[in-house]
Design a protein around this ligand. Structure first.
Ligand code: MEV
Length: 319
């Protein structure tokens, strides 16, 4: 039996991270330049039911029956078996690799789950649609994030820009014009769960301080949706800057993020903000197309460990 391969993209949050955990709308888009990959190979010589999970980049090799219930990779595999009503799958090896940096706000955990669930289901003879894969990846994301909103698994499983409100049906966005984003990595790793947990404690202690910040971020996401759908994309820059100011007040930015955000603005970006959990990880800058290489250069000169130039395409993105 030939090996089965599935891949899934990274993601950026364009507007509304953190506030989205508290029910406000947010906007996210896939990043095709970085991907997670899962390959499933049959092991015909082994006892049926034996499943090996390899993640060479993480130095991991485990058998499913030896993994604790809390292990994210093991959970993804178990959820697929449960969904398909199987206890003893054909013996196999699942190999995971990814070019998405971990704990950097680019959705590496959700992308690994999506690629793994799709590849394993296909190996077992089932095609799971985007909604099913997204729901499985959400269950796994709870391990990485604690209280995820569901935006990461959604944008990654559908591989399309989304306007997302927690608990509501997915709304795919159709940008009227393409726009260019430069992504800059601070090189500082910061698990999303930490920033989400700290903000939750701060909100519990003083909801009156944080609720207006979440409301304002939600209003920004609503306004941004309009400009994306009418194609007036240069107007998104000011909204990004306003969103960044709110994220600073929420306490999820960092000196490294603030520095790169400022460098992008000085190099000609229309606007810039952190993207994802914050405290480290990646920032994004909305740029006029022709300035993208210059802004990326400036980010690297100002300490970015890596930059990616990505285009959010107009209309329906091919799957
Ligand atoms: C992480 O990409 C976005 C956060 O809003 C967390 C979440 O929505 O689950 C920080």
């Amino acid at each position: 039996m030939p090996a089965i391969t599935s891949t899934a993209p990274g993601k950026i949050i364009l507007f509304g991270e953190h506030a989205v955990v508290y029910g406000r709308p947010a906007i996210a888009a896939p990043v095709e330049q970085v991907r997670a990959r899962a390959v499933v190979m049959a092991e015909p010589g082994w006892t049926p039911g034996r499943v090996r999970i390899q993640a060479p980049d993480l130095g991991r090799e485990d058998f499913l029956d030896e993994l604790p219930q809390t292990d994210a990779l093991g959970l993804a595999v178990r959820l697929v078996l449960e969904r398909l009503g199987l206890e003893r799958p054909p013996a196999c090896t699942l190999r995971i690799s990814s070019s998405i940096p971990i704990a950097a706000g680019l959705g590496s955990g959700a992308a690994i789950s999506v690629a793994l669930c799709r590849a394993f289901a296909q190996f077992l003879g089932a095609e799971l649609d985007a909604a099913e894969v997204s729901a499985l990846a959400f269950e796994v994301d709870r391990i990485y994030h604690g209280t995820p909103s569901g935006i990461d698994n959604t944008v990654i499983a559908y591989e399309r820009p989304v306007f997302f409100v927690k608990g509501q049906p997915i709304q795919l966005l159709q940008p009227a014009s393409p726009f260019t984003i430069v992504i800059g990595d601070t090189g500082v790793r910061s698990p999303t769960a930490l920033a989400v947990g700290d903000l939750r404690r701060a909100w519990e202690a003083d909801p009156g301080r944080y609720e207006p910040l979440f409301d304002a971020a939600g209003d920004i996401a609503l306004a941004a949706r309009r400009w994306i759908e009418t194609g007036e994309v240069d107007r998104l820059g000011d909204l990004m800057n306003e969103n960044q100011a709110l994220l600073c007040e929420m306490g999820v930015s960092s000196p490294e993020l603030d520095w790169l955000v400022e460098a992008a603005r000085l190099a000609g970006a229309w606007g810039a903000k952190l993207s994802g959990g914050g405290r480290g990880g990646n920032m994004i800058a909305l740029v006029p197309d022709e300035l993208a290489p210059e802004v990326a250069d400036s980010l690297r000169q100002n300490g970015a460990a890596r930059t990616i130039i990505t285009t959010i395409r107009a209309g329906r993105m091919p799957r």
